[in-house]
Design a protein around this ligand. Structure first.
Ligand SMILES: Nc1ncnc2c1ncn2[C@@H]1O[C@H](COP(=O)(O)OP(=O)(O)O)[C@@H](O)[C@H]1O
Ligand SMILES: CC(=O)N[C@@H](CCC(=O)OP(=O)(O)O)C(=O)O
Length: 250
């Protein structure tokens, strides 16, 4: 049977503002036999928690520098708040969802990305696809908070775009879609409908793509290199920028 499995990443920028039409699209996809795994972020919620506790917000190319105190805020914001709210909303919208945290049940196994530079931030080594497949088989949508765990049992923070890309790669998804607060990738003030990997690299190099868009595009390029056909960076209309691998003329 054809593997109609998609990974959908929902950014923290968008979680608080999810529209009925978006859930309608999701319901239609599921009705048409598509299996969906959701990975979500929660950057603004984390920043709010840090502010409440008087801790600094430190980002480097879209990756949070994560001290142990910061990690406690990340856990509260992603696991206890964002994941719980999203699962409730999906269920209310008639989509059966199962809330998961990447650091539980060794769902997302990591090593430290660069402990000296980023602190408690994970680089994904393996995703426990068996657990996700069991949940999918039961007809539910797994909804994953982007944390991970190291071999020694240390919890780590993972950028949610990276976690989504790695999850899509591990599940051999046919498509991955990054849902964010902007209509697509902007180049010189205009939304690009389609961009090749070469153009994406160029846009990062010349500064057209910066901040939180960098991990999305890097995850997108990794997925394309692993032959995931469809990578979309979009707002809730799901009609944003399609990223693709140029086909070499023979
Ligand atoms: N070229 C670009 N096109 C569109 N957005 C960009 C670009 N470069 C940087 N960005 C920024 O990336 C943001 C989306 O990333 P982020 O705030 O991390 O969202 P999310 O929480 O959805 O992951 C946009 O709102 C925009 O400010
Ligand atoms: C290591 C790292 O950067 N982790 C991210 C996890 C949340 C996230 O990615 O949220 P968005 O999708 O809203 O950006 C962070 O701490 O912000």
């Amino acid at each position: 049977m054809e593997n109609l499995l998609s990974v959908l990443k929902i950014g923290g920028s968008t979680l608080e503002n999810l529209q009925p039409a978006f859930f309608n699209s999701l319901r239609n996809k599921i009705r048409n036999g598509e299996k969906i795994v959701i990975v979500h972020g929660g950057g603004p919620e984390i920043n709010k928690k840090l502010q409440e506790k008087g801790l600094p917000v430190q980002m480097e190319d879209g990756i949070r520098i994560t001290s142990p105190d910061t990690l406690s805020c990340v856990k509260e914001a992603l696991k206890d708040i964002a994941n719980t709210k999203l699962v409730k909303r999906l269920n209310k919208e008639g989509i059966q969802a199962a809330g998961l945290c990447g650091s539980d049940n060794t769902l997302i196994q990591c090593e430290f990305l660069d402990e000296e530079k980023y602190g408690c931030v994970g680089k994904v080594k393996k995703v426990n696809t068996e657990l996700l497949e069991k949940i999918l088989e039961s007809g539910k949508v797994p909804v994953i908070a982007s944390l991970g765990v190291t071999e020694n049992g240390d919890e780590v923070n993972i950028n949610a775009d990276t976690a989504a890309g790695e999850t899509a790669a591990a599940l051999s998804a046919v498509s991955v879609c990054f849902v964010t607060d902007i209509s697509g990738i902007q180049v010189e003030g205009q939304k690009a409908d389609r961009l090749t990997v070469t153009q994406l690299k160029q846009c990062i190099n010349d500064g057209h793509i910066y901040g939180g868009m960098i991990p999305k595009v890097e995850a997108a390029m990794k997925c394309l290199n692993l032959n995931i056909d469809e990578v979309l960076i979009t707002d809730q209309t799901l009609s944003g920028t399609c990223c693709y691998k140029e086909v070499l003329a023979i």
